[in-house]
Design a protein around this ligand. Structure first.
Ligand code: ADP
Length: 632
């Protein structure tokens, strides 16, 4: 890297320009958040320095006391935020302050609602905080020097927030970053000591290092409490403090739904403060996100990596873990593999599941009645991954699952049925939990596989998320009852007490007619050779003429289709065609022969494929056959 001493002018990346334009022209409310963002960046910079200094104490340059200083100059109309954290070198300034690398920007713009209040609050969440300076300033000067570089390697960045910024190499004595905001004429409120102090107090009480305000006489005053909130005794922390801290660690503007704060003493002493957000973060489905839970060792920030500190199925949890006994000077890689770290991780998973249980079971009055419904709405799809990901906690996670079902109160529109609800509603003699997987809710609801279950009043869970296939391929039973697909193998509901005589008859007549119909079924099977494994009389159909079922042990069609869509190999299995011998279409077929019989048999199978959510291998042939029937 060659370094130029001369001043150079560089253009902002297009996204940054767009963002700046927005800051300057459209955000008018909650302007004071710029201060929160700058202080938050300064605090992160201090964390980073402390971490790097673990392996290279010289970075402290004999000034290990970390601090953030805010001051105003009424004459020059400036407000300045200064830190002695890690600082940035020239390249880092270009990368961090001239461009936005993260996928966040696009997302940020797509989330803008036009509602001032909400839009301003989004800023912190999407990692575009620095630019909020331009809400109140028409010129921003950032001077920084990275810890470890010599004094002549300071960098000055300056911009008026239009299309470009200048960069020059300057001398900077103190390491760290100083940001001077040249306030717009009508932003004089941020020159007022009292106003500035109250903003700092509101937003930075939980910041673990001192934030000082220096007045024009040069007198410094500590404004925040400056100790790690999680390290204080629980009884000493107010609700509001907990919430404010969440907003800081969770980069969220809304209050959290709930939290747990525990001090664990044992083989490993640690403190965990874990929050359950009230809504899903925008990057819930981004596999690479690292934000989430921060790890500290004796208050020193070590790393932030959602996946290493929490399993992927709990990646929406935010907070901090502070371990007392882990070695400080150990690398991030080694740290995450130690047994001790694993113990802490397991403990935190248990605490999180406890918290979810508590909400699901409405054990505390402070949770609104529909709290768990909200949790499920936002995080259900992610939690479901846990059934396969965390075998040790499978039962516990299964208890937290919610499904749609044929007997859900709000008729299947939201997932609200727990497995315990299901067990409580089982019919006398029923010993299995039945489910159906399908592509869409509409397909599930109208599936012929449900007919006899409906008739007998046996509840069936309707699974329509992609991840549901993964759930049922990992969850074989709950509370001693096995989970069984209604679209696989034989159904035997004979032992279940029936509501109408009709239903009892149905099972009997199916058995009887199977015998009588053998020759017909053989003909059918032969006619459809190569497309089905077998043709048999159905015990599950009431109104429909036919349906497809997977053989015991075969993969079901929905899962096979899903795997293919994802470009993965799925075993080529043929389904079994089950027919409703009492249906007029079947009755009529019995007297047909030859080509006509084959045509009807093909049609029967095609119908069953369509009802199953599958695609016809020969759609033109299907249309021809239907038309042949209509006009023939
Ligand atoms: P975010 O802080 O969410 O990443 P920002 O736009 O506020 O987004 O900051 C962009 C980046 O600039 C930060 O990630 C950090 O690398 C760098 N940065 C900002 N402020 C400072 C600072 N005071 N000291 C060191 N680096 C900083």
């Amino acid at each position: 890297m060659t370094e130029t001493v001369a001043k150079e002018t560089l253009g902002f990346q297009a996204e940054v320009k767009q963002l700046l334009h927005l800051m300057i022209h459209s955000l008018y409310s909650h302007k004071e958040i710029f201060l929160r963002e700058l202080i938050s960046n300064a605090s992160d910079a201090a964390d980073k320095l402390r971490f790097e200094a673990l392996s290279d104490p010289a970075l402290f340059e004999n000034a290990a006391e970390l601090k953030i200083k805010v001051s105003v100059d009424k004459e020059a109309k400036t407000i300045t935020v200064r830190d002695n954290g890690i600082g940035m070198n020239r390249q880092e300034v270009i990368e961090h302050i001239g461009t936005i690398a993260k996928s966040g920007t696009k997302e940020f713009f797509s989330k803008l609602s036009g509602d001032q209040k909400k839009d301003t609050q989004l800023i912190g969440q999407f990692g575009v905080g620095f630019y909020s300076s331009f809400i109140v300033a028409d010129r921003v000067t950032l001077t920084t020097r990275r810890a470890g570089l010599t004094q002549e390697h300071g960098v000055r960045w300056e911009s008026e927030g239009a299309g470009e910024y200048t960069l020059e190499t300057v001398e900077k004595v103190e390491r760290g970053t100083e940001i001077v905001l040249h306030l717009k004429d009508d932003e004089a409120e941020f020159l007022d000591d009292w106003r500035v102090k109250s903003v700092i107090r509101e937003y930075s009480d939980h910041i673990a290092i001192p934030v000082e305000f220096t007045d024009e006489k040069g007198e410094a005053e500590a404004v925040n409490r400056a100790n790690a909130l999680w390290a204080r005794p629980k009884s000493d922390i107010t609700e509001d403090e907990y919430k404010a801290f969440y907003k800081h660690v969770g980069h969220d503007y809304e209050d959290p739904l709930a939290w747990v704060h525990v001090k664990v003493e044992g083989r490993q002493d640690y403190t965990a403060l874990l929050y359950l957000p009230a809504h899903a973060p925008f990057d819930l489905w981004d596999r690479d996100v690292k934000t989430g839970v921060k790890l500290y060792v004796k208050r020193v920030f070590i790393m932030e990596d959602a996946k290493k500190l929490m399993p992927a199925y709990l990646r929406f949890i935010r907070g901090v873990i502070d371990a007392a006994d882990l070695p400080l000077n150990v690398s991030r890689e080694i740290l995450q593999e130690t047994r001790d770290m694993e113990m802490i991780r397991n403990g935190c998973v248990r605490k999180t599941l406890d918290l979810l249980d508590e909400i699901a079971e409405n054990r505390k009055e402070e949770y609104p009645k529909d709290a768990y419904a909200k949790v499920w709405e936002h995080f259900g799809k992610v939690l479901k991954e846990g059934v396969g990901e965390d075998p040790a906690n499978k039962e516990r996670i299964a208890k937290l699952l919610r499904f749609r079902s044929t007997q859900a109160e709000k008729e299947t529109d939201v997932e609200s049925v727990s497995l315990a609800d299901y067990l409580g509603r089982m019919k006398e003699g029923q010993d299995k939990i039945y489910y159906l997987t399908a592509d869409t809710l509409a397909a599930a609801k109208s599936s012929p596989h449900l007919e006899v279950f409906r008739k007998k009043g046996v509840e069936v869970l309707l699974l329509t998320d992609r991840v549901d296939e993964w759930v049922v391929s990992n969850l074989f039973e709950f509370d001693g009852k096995s989970l069984v697909s209604v679209a696989r193998g034989q159904v035997d509901l004979a032992a279940i007490a029936t509501e109408g005589e009709e239903a009892a008859e149905l099972a009997k007549s199916a058995a009887k007619s199977e015998e009588e119909a053998r020759p017909f079924l053989e003909r059918l099977k032969k006619s459809l050779e190569g497309r089905t494994k077998d043709a048999r009389a159905s015990a599950r159909l009431v109104d429909s003429p036919a349906c497809l079922v997977a053989d015991e042990g075969d993969m079901n069609a929905n899962l096979a289709r899903m795997l293919k869509q994802m470009g993965q190999a799925a075993p080529e299995t043929q389904p079994i065609l089950e027919v409703n011998l009492g249906h007029p279409l079947l009755k009529r077929m019995e007297s047909e022969e030859g080509e006509r019989f084959d045509e009807l048999a093909g049609l029967l199978l095609d119908q069953a494929v369509l009802l199953d959510g599958g695609q016809l291998s020969d759609p033109a042939g299907f249309v021809k056959r239907v038309n042949g029937l209509l006009f023939g």
